[in-house]
Design a protein around this ligand. Structure first.
Ligand code: ATP
Ligand code: BTN
Length: 326
């Protein structure tokens, strides 16, 4: 009912729709229409009501909202099936179980908060209300090795989104963090769903610290939020929709074989290239200069005159300089 009212209001493109015509069209009482409109206003919809003319939709909410997000979507597949929850343990885990039930390519799960969000190696990812905690199911037309590169594509799509929407220079810290002035603003967790067989399923989880103050996170985290940087709340539906659009573009470009383009874009956003870094692999520390990434996403370290490659599963990258959040 809620969405049908929104559809009717949208259809009039900012013009008034009378309460009577809504009640006639949807076969509900005028009181029920009024009640629905109140609910929409509480959800952040800016709806003007005038006694004789009716209602008109002025603005959609900036808080996460399924209808509003669908309006902003410009994708072919990503987010066309969209599930929004008030709270989940983890959107990645939820989508993983949906994938086992044969959910379709592009399915997106979003939660307003998570109580068991996680990063790599099951590290806890704090996910208070006001963030964008979302996971996307992709069944790309790619080999297993190439599909793994979609975590790189996700980083590029996120960095592009921050630039386009807010003019922010957000960098990618290998392998899966997005950082602004050395502080983590977003993270990516790519996981394989089930067995890799004929139809490969990949889950890309993305967490963005958006509309909440820093005080909502543990003080020891080197983190920041969009609210801190931009100084006001941003539209989370627009943010999610733009990111999904950019990710779809990146996915298509990888499917068309443009790996070089991906590496180029990733490198243009990467922080710390040609700078001294420390790499911790299972307790052993390697120092050297961060030279970039290989086509398979491995980090290249110039260490004591030779090149070493590190894959993301097992290592932590730290700067000797200023850019690292740690
Ligand atoms: P690396 O720097 O190599 O990515 P990491 O220590 O950042 O390693 P990850 O698994 O990438 O580890 O990220 C999880 C870590 O992120 C947590 O251990 C915690 O320190 C930090 N973290 C948790 N929640 C948030 C958040 N909302 N914003 C920023 N950082 C967070
Ligand atoms: C990182 O360690 O930097 C990656 C964090 C990824 C967090 C996101 S939030 C949505 C999705 N659900 C999870 O449990 N994790 C990812």
């Amino acid at each position: 009912m809620r969405n049908k009212i929104l559809d009717l209001l949208k259809h009039q493109q900012g013009e008034y729709v009378s309460g009577e015509s809504i009640s006639d069209t949807l076969n509900i009482t005028r009181a029920a229409v009024w009640k629905q409109i109140q609910g929409l206003k509480e959800a952040g919809y800016d709806i003007e009501g005038q006694t004789r003319r009716g209602y008109r939709l002025l603005k959609t909410p900036s808080a996460l909202d399924e209808w509003a997000l669908q309006q902003d979507l410009r994708t072919e597949a990503l987010g066309r099936r969209l599930l929004l929850f008030e709270e989940l343990p983890s959107t990645n885990d939820w989508l993983k179980s949906l994938a086992l039930q044969d959910a379709e390519h592009g399915t997106v799960v979003i939660a307003k908060r998570q109580n068991f969000g996680h990063g790599r190696m099951q590290r806890l990812w704090e996910s208070p209300q006001g963030g964008v905690w979302l996971s996307i199911l992709l069944k790309p037309r790619l080999s297993l090795a190439d599909a793994a590169k979609l975590t790189l594509s996700t980083g590029v799509a996120l960095a592009q989104t921050f630039k386009e929407l807010y003019g922010l220079e957000v960098g990618i810290k290998w392998p899966n963090d997005l950082v602004y002035e050395g502080k983590k603003i977003a993270g990516i967790l790519g996981e394989v769903a089930g067995e890799w067989n004929a139809v490969q399923s990949l889950i890309l989880g993305v967490g963005v610290n958006a509309n909440f103050p820093l005080q909502q996170l543990s003080p020891e985290l080197a983190a920041t939020t969009l609210l801190e940087i931009v100084g006001q709340e941003v539209n989370l539906n627009g943010l999610a929709a733009t990111f999904l659009y950019n990710l779809e573009k990146e996915t298509h470009s990888l499917e068309q074989g443009d790996l070089q383009g991906l590496i180029r874009r990733w490198t243009s956003f990467a922080v710390g290239i040609n700078q001294p870094v420390r790499i911790d692999r299972a307790g052993t520390v390697y120092t050297g200069v961060f030279k970039g990434i290989r086509e398979n996403g491995e980090l290249i370290l110039s260490h004591e005159g030779r090149e070493m490659a590190f894959s993301s599963g097992e290592v932590t990258l730290r700067a000797e300089g200023q850019y690292s959040p740690n």
